[in-house]
Design a protein around this ligand. Sequence first.
Ligand SMILES: Cc1ncc(COP(=O)(O)O)c(C=O)c1O
Length: 441
Amino acid sequence: MALDRNTPNDLNAFWMPFTSNRQFKKNPRMFVGAKDMHYTTSDGRQVLDGTAGLWCCNAGHCRPKITEAIQKQAAELDYAPAFQMGHPIAFEFANRIIDIAPKGIEHVFYTNSGSESVETALKLAIAYHRARGEGARTRLIGRERGYHGVNFGGISVGGIVNNRKMFGGLLTGVDHLPHTHLPGQNAFSKGQPEHGANLADDLERIVALHGAETIAAVIVEPMAGSTGVLLPPKGYLEKLRAITKKHGILLIFDEVITGFGRLGSPFAAQHFDVLPDMMTTAKGLTNGVIPMGAVLTTAEVHDAFMNGPEHMIELFHGYTYSGNPIASAAGIATLETYKEEGLFERAAALAPYWEEALHSLKGTRHVIDIRNMGLIGAIELEPIAGEPTKRAFSAFLKAYDKGILIRTTGDIIAMSPPLIIEKSHIDTLIETLRDVLTHLD
Ligand SMILES: Cc1ncc(COP(=O)(O)O)c(C=O)c1O
């Protein structure tokens, strides 16, 4: 008998990630189809995707070129090992990524997710210094409210307490910069806020405390996404770059969200014109369609490993699925779709309209801050006293009922629509939200 996939008979077995499982399973919300800007629900409704899935489907859903590339590759070469063997498509994809990367970024190390990209970059940072004879440089510096995935390195340098507190002692030798969220001074800023560049100077304090010769790397999201769209104050990233360079510390940009056009440039590094030593990516790398991540590095980082006898493995690190052929095919088709449709330029061109639309919600009930950049936006709500997160979650449920998908983190609504969005979709998102918030307790 055919399985009716629209109405599973038992939801118990699947332990859902980052979900209130008991609440969800009493009243499930199921997507059964998707096309371009919309999802189809199991009860036959169309839901406008205000979040590109989970910040990943930058070209929209079920794009023919990507689907066909996956189908073709699956029939031609389904899997090939990447340890001591190669297949052309992974090399081709790496070259295409480098074509759009900032000048100075020259190498690609494949992973399967953002979390694995972060672990890889942190390991590379420590190993890089050791390979150069600076083995004492093992400390890793993250930032409060940073999100770097869910593996041990990522939650150690990350700064979201709920993601950390259940999991023991985490990595040792980690310190954190202060976050850059200054609502008192910067609320309702359009784009980059004016105040807070000096928060980068805290790195000098950390260096003075531990000694530069013990610090391997600083990792930050150029724009913190998952913790509620926290933008870098003007001049902040430039300062971080200057201080890290001065002390021989590597700078890692976690571009898992900001990569692939979200800010209107291929990467945030280009948008802000600040070149890190490594960039972590995933999500938009394959339009979210096939799990894949990649760490992009400068030649300097890569070349530090390329010594010793040539028959020796230079880096004892990698994944069974690094550079998987089907993921690589999906990635190439994704990059071609971005290019052919000019989606990064489209994001840049739509950004002012998006900004105005978002900020038109200023003064709407419960709204205490609005933040935006590129095609990303956040609306912060006044929490219900004693019940943090409840108000935004109610907004999420009501918005879903009214046909739009948003995301919430704490009491912040975050939106990051596919870059194919039309102005009429932006209007629908904003007007639906206005209606939801106006009638929300
Ligand atoms: C900046 C950043 N880094 C890492 C990750 C983790 O990616 P993944 O969920 O693919 O492991 C995310 C996911 O949202 C992210 O936003």
